[in-house]
Design a binder for this molecule. Structure first.
Ligand code: GGG
Length: 364
């Protein structure tokens, strides 16, 4: 039998600290029910509280502390009252994504039975797609600078980076994922009319990559109309591949169209190397609701299920099944609770974060 899977637990900031215990509650229940071998290692850094004490988001040896873990289970980052958002993000989450080369950010978008949909006439099953977000380059770079600061001639430049390797690998992954799905359709998010160097390049690489996947149909949509169609015609999407910034925006907009961003999970993955990957809710630290125990824990819990599935697939054949079953059981429990169980305020109910976590745990 393999060694226990080592999981670094990093709640981070704000509601990350409230939803994390619910995520762990579910993982521990799943581990006992399905005989999984999980070992949790708890860390209080990668947080603005840590910054307040140490003047940086993470200890100098952060990488050594976690690089032998198979996954990072991450809550949320950001507390703008004390640390500017770009400092907290670049000092933690973006370091993980880059240093561990987690070049895929996989973000499922799904309308569940029982969740009031803000789009008229949609029911469960109508919206079920994946956003594949490029996760290590694109518009998220620290390349650029300022000249003549503080004067009338002030200039601020920030570069985007679209490397051939970076572009091809995210497109390849998106085509592979689309190929395995029933509809086999990939939408390529672009803005090649306005962003006239990097986006035509992105489109051209997509066209080239598509030649290897004749079974996958594609369409290319400018990000503005694509966003409108997320709202007006979400059922037309199957897999959407997008650059770092476009993917970030789409993967908040998509879940908002399915009722609440409080459900949206994500996996930051390196599909070639498998470990360490990072699983986190799409939502941030939500300072406005922190401390009230009203945050929806489902995004954190579903991210945990994604983690079990991803890690399970990396295990020897005989050990995979229990991890995949645990994933399915957690998703089923989420479906059941959303259909008829307690609800947090974002879903129109008055249940607490803990009550929702308890209800899901009871079904596993
Ligand atoms: N749990 C995710 C989180 O804390 N996100 C904060 C955020 O602003 N992320 C930006 C990004 O994913 O690019």
């Amino acid at each position: 039998m393999s060694q226990p899977l080592r999981i670094a637990v990093l709640p981070g900031d704000g509601i990350g600290k409230e939803v994390m215990p619910e995520g762990l509650k579910i993982l521990e229940k799943a581990a006992s029910q399905f005989n999984l071998k999980l070992s949790f290692e708890h860390h209080d850094w990668a947080s603005c509280d840590y910054y307040a004490e140490h003047g940086q988001m993470m200890p100098d040896d952060w990488k050594a502390r976690i690089q032998d873990c198979q996954a990072l289970y991450f809550g949320a980052v950001g507390w703008p009252d004390t640390v500017p958002d770009h400092v907290s993000l670049w000092g933690s989450l973006l370091k993980f994504r880059r240093e561990f080369d987690q070049y895929i950010n996989l973000r499922p978008v799904r309308l569940f039975d029982g969740v009031p949909c803000p789009l008229a006439g949609r029911k469960a099953g109508d919206i079920d797609f994946l956003v594949v977000r490029e996760n290590t380059e694109g518009e998220y770079t620290s390349l650029g600078g300022t000249m003549f600061a503080g004067t009338e001639r002030e200039i601020v430049i920030q570069e985007s980076v679209f490397s051939r390797i970076g572009t091809d690998r995210v497109l390849k992954y998106a085509f592979e994922v689309a190929k395995q799905r029933a509809r086999k359709h990939l939408t390529i998010a672009t803005k090649s009319n306005g962003i006239a160097i990097s986006m035509p390049y992105w489109d051209g690489r997509a066209e080239e990559m598509g030649k290897n996947y004749p079974e996958v149909t594609t369409d290319k949509q400018h990000i503005d109309i694509l966003s409108a169609r997320f709202v007006l015609q979400p059922d037309r999407f199957d897999v959407v591949v997008a650059s770092n910034l476009f993917g970030d925006i789409l993967s908040d907009l998509g879940p908002a169209c399915t009722g609440t961003i409080g459900l949206a999970p994500s996996g930051n993955l390196n599909p070639d190397r498998l470990f360490p990957s990072l699983f986190e809710p799409v939502h941030g630290s939500a300072p406005d609701i922190y401390g009230k125990s009203v945050a929806n824990p489902i995004a954190m819990i579903w991210s945990g299920a994604m983690m079990l599935e991803f890690l399970g697939r990396g295990l020897p054949q005989g050990e995979q099944e229990s991890y995949l079953k645990a994933h399915d059981a957690i998703v089923k429990a989420i479906e059941t609770v959303l259909a008829s169980g307690p609800r947090t305020p974002d879903l129109g109910g008055d249940a607490s974060t803990q009550q929702l976590g308890d209800a899901i745990a009871a079904l596993i």
